[in-house]
Design a protein around this ligand. Structure first.
Ligand SMILES: Cc1cc2nc3c(=O)[nH]c(=O)nc-3n(C[C@H](O)[C@H](O)[C@H](O)COP(=O)(O)OP(=O)(O)OC[C@H]3O[C@@H](n4cnc5c(N)ncnc54)[C@H](O)[C@@H]3O)c2cc1C
Length: 458
């Protein structure tokens, strides 16, 4: 980058907050995308750490004048290369905008800066005896990143994804204007809803500097049950039947026993359900122990008529925590042998059919594709093994898995986003006119295509 530009950036944010030393910026050039598919960072990247929206505005105006790409950077926990600066230019880190500004108990809202971490926000919300329900797996994610990716997680069955909680945003547009969208409002029909356009825009339409999230009262009690079935079709058939009882579990996760046991063994722990191969990890929450007991009985009663082979109820808080630990460590344990983790959304009742289709594809390529995920909301993560990458078959297999999902009315990403690594497959499930409209919206917000170019919109 030209010296005059570096000087100007230093003038805006201060000398200490412009970093170009290769060893110091290394961690800003990656996210958690599996290595074989992670995009390669561009050369000549400078990391800039502004302190407020006004500085961000000045940086974006400078970038527009000089046509320099700017990549907003949150916690770097994204899984699709969206935060990787592939073209050289500025990585704009939000880390200094890290304050939780207010927990408003009367309006049931929390207001925080875009660079505050989920961990920090949860601490303050819990201290106020309230609940922010969405919980993607890494609490190092920042509030702006959660909104930019519309994060989901295991609790989406009962509580929905981040989109349902965003009530207000402050955004710096690519052209430098600072705008406010929404507020502490539960209803708002004033004009076109630009705030919801920002949600899931993956840093391509604006930089989120402040977020207002809706909160809920904490639940009074929880139960964790592993409901085991002999085969996946029986397990998946039980999912809509459970939901039809009127009990909406906090989480309803599908795992296969031989897979979850890999994680347990790696952690030196014991998976408590020994029967059946298809397991539903079911977490039930309620206002009191009695409420949870009643809901649990309703769920188990309906499962009895559906061929359940065993149910294991975690009796203590520690047993509940162990089950969740084994489940949440599954991806990190498998990651070294995985070349790409897909993120399919399928109509929930079709999950077992999709799993069979994936097994068929795996057989054709003489491999195993481990698949598990959020059964309650039809979101599965097929793990494509490293050997497919080594054999040069990764793209071919991925396309077949995507096509299988599309055939069932699914889409190629449920919660991780398109990022930079899934752009070419978007047309498999979105029509050409819709893509043209998305490109038009991007041009309107960002006429010079400086903000996170080549991300989210094909
Ligand atoms: C172990 C693990 C488990 C996970 N589990 C889940 C899960 O269950 N469900 C789920 O949905 N996700 C999950 N994730 C993914 C991840 O946590 C989310 O995508 C998260 O929302 C990304 O936030 P971040 O701050 O880390 O963003 P980054 O990775 O830094 O950036 C992601 C994208 O958001 C943009 N961005 C970041 N901050 C801003 C901002 N302030 N303004 C505008 N754009 C911005 C970036 O430019 C980039 O395009 C998991 C990740 C890990 C590592």
């Amino acid at each position: 980058m030209k010296n005059e530009l570096l000087t100007e950036l230093r003038r805006i944010v201060g000398d200490d907050w412009v970093v170009s030393d290769a060893t110091l910026i290394e961690s800003y050039l990656v996210d958690v995308t599996a290595l074989p598919v992670r995009p390669t960072p561009g050369n000549d990247v400078v990391v800039v750490k502004p302190a407020n929206p006004e500085e961000i505005s000045a940086i974006l105006r400078l970038a527009n004048e000089n046509l320099i790409p700017v990549v907003p950077r949150g916690g770097g926990t994204g899984c699709v290369g969206a935060a990787v600066p592939t073209r050289g230019g500025i990585v704009l880190s939000l880390e200094r905008l890290d304050r939780i500004l207010e927990v408003d108990r009367d309006n049931l809202m929390v207001v925080g800066e875009g660079g505050a971490t989920l961990e920090k926000m949860l601490k303050e919300v819990e201290a106020a005896d309230l609940l922010f329900p969405p919980h993607p797996g890494d609490e190092g994610a920042q509030l702006g990143g959660l909104v930019a990716c519309n994060a989901g997680g295991t609790r989406a069955v009962k509580y929905g994804v981040v989109r349902q909680y965003v009530k207000g945003l402050e955004v710096v547009l690519p052209t430098g204007e600072i705008v406010t969208m929404g507020g502490k409002l539960l209803k708002n029909n004033t004009g076109l809803d630009l705030m919801h356009l920002m949600i899931d825009s993956e840093g391509s339409l604006g930089i989120i500097t402040k977020v207002t999230f809706r909160l809920y009262p904490r639940f009074g009690a929880t139960a964790t049950i592993i409901i085991s079935f002999e085969d996946r079709h029986a397990a998946i058939k039980a999912v809509p039947k459970i939901l039809q009882t009127g009990v909406i579990p906090l989480a309803l996760e599908y795992v296969e026993r031989d897979v979850i046991e890999i994680s347990a063994k790696h952690l030196g722990m014991h998976w408590p359900a020994a029967k059946g191969n298809a397991h539903l990890i079911t977490i039930i929450t309620g206002s009191s122990e009695d409420d949870v007991y009643q809901q649990t009985s309703d769920v188990l009663k309906v499962c009895e008529s559906l061929g359940v082979v065993d149910t294991v109820m975690a009796e203590t808080r520690e047993e509940q925590a162990d089950i969740l630990k084994i489940r949440s460590e599954l991806y990190p344990v498998l990651k070294p042998q995985v070349s790409d983790v897909l993120d399919m959304a399928i109509p929930p009742a079709q999950i077992a059919v999709f799993l069979d289709m994936v097994d068929e594809i795996a057989r054709k390529y003489d491999t195993r594709i481990i698949t598990y995920g959020h059964a309650g909301d039809g979101n599965l993560h097929p793990h494509l093994p490293m050997e497919l990458f080594e054999r040069g078959q990764l793209d071919e297999v991925k396309k077949e898995v995507y096509s299988a999902a599309a055939e069932l009315g699914g889409v190629i990403t449920a919660e991780h986003g398109v990022g930079k690594i899934r752009l070419k497959e978007v047309p498999l499930c979105i029509d050409a006119k819709s893509i043209e409209l998305m490109r038009g919206i991007k041009r309107l917000f960002d006429p010079n295509d400086i903000l996170n170019p080549g991300t989210a919109i094909p």
